[in-house]
Design a protein around this ligand. Structure first.
Ligand SMILES: CC(C)(COP(=O)(O)OP(=O)(O)OC[C@H]1O[C@@H](n2cnc3c(N)ncnc32)[C@H](O)[C@@H]1OP(=O)(O)O)[C@@H](O)C(=O)NCCC(=O)NCCS
Length: 191
């Protein structure tokens, strides 16, 4: 069970409250496996992501073992130190030349915690981390499926600009999808 004392107990999970001060970011480790499996196996969470819902603990073990080497920066999103989601920065220079000053932001959260402002809070935090820890960066971007309205709203609340729709840009679950490109620049944050 992932619910902790910070969540008021009610019969309807949609009415649960989350104390945002209990949300933290930390590296993932093997002891997070059971918590990770709760949301990586959830079709609702994977729907607008490139990955398929996990079907075995092996998938989860592989993820925990390999994600640090794939991402520029990766953290588990934790509620009272339990991993309820993840957020990462992925270097754009790995996929295209001339993109050394850009990173792509990605994130996912267990569905029972949606709609409580968690993603917005951590996205804002991670943008600050990106520009302060990786001082060469000028741009953080995020690609969102046109139908993923919640994620678009998160980025807008976190100060990203909607740049436009890239048509049939990304293969997801075997289909080329229209994707909205969002970005925030280091300049945007300067007063
Ligand atoms: C996208 C995701 C991270 C959002 O997390 P979250 O913690 O629920 O986000 P927040 O609570 O901070 O904000 C969600 C916003 O979207 C809005 N929203 C949610 N569903 C919506 C819908 N169908 N239509 C319009 N707005 C919607 C919420 O009302 C809220 O906006 P508000 O504060 O103005 O009311 C979460 O849904 C998720 O993990 N989804 C699966 C993985 C995923 O899609 N990752 C992103 C890939 S780009």
């Amino acid at each position: 069970m992932m619910e902790g004392a910070a969540i008021c107990s009610t019969t309807n999970p949609r009415e649960e409250r989350v104390d945002l001060t209990q949300i933290s970011l930390r590296p993932i480790n093997p002891s997070d496996l059971n918590d990770l499996m709760l949301w990586t196996t959830d079709e609702k969470v994977a729907k607008y992501c490139t990955w398929e819902p996990y079907t075995s603990k092996e998938d989860g073990i592989n993820f925990i073992q390999n994600i640090a080497s794939k991402s520029l920066w990766f953290r588990a999103i934790c509620l009272q130190n339990r991993a309820i989601g993840c957020i990462d920065l992925f270097s754009c220079s790995g996929k295209e030349t001339g993109r050394e000053k850009s990173v792509e932001l990605g994130y996912a959260l267990g569905s029972r915690y949606w709609g409580r402002g968690i993603a917005t809070q951590v996205v804002k935090q991670v943008v600050e981390v990106a520009f302060s820890e990786f001082t060469h960066l000028e741009r953080v971007e995020a690609l969102v499926d046109v139908e993923n309205v919640a994620s678009q709203r998160v980025l807008e609340k976190a100060g990203f600009q909607r740049e436009g729709v890239l048509r049939k840009y990304l293969l997801m679950k075997g289909k080329a999808r229209d994707m909205v490109m969002y970005s925030v620049l280091s300049n945007d944050l300067q007063i």
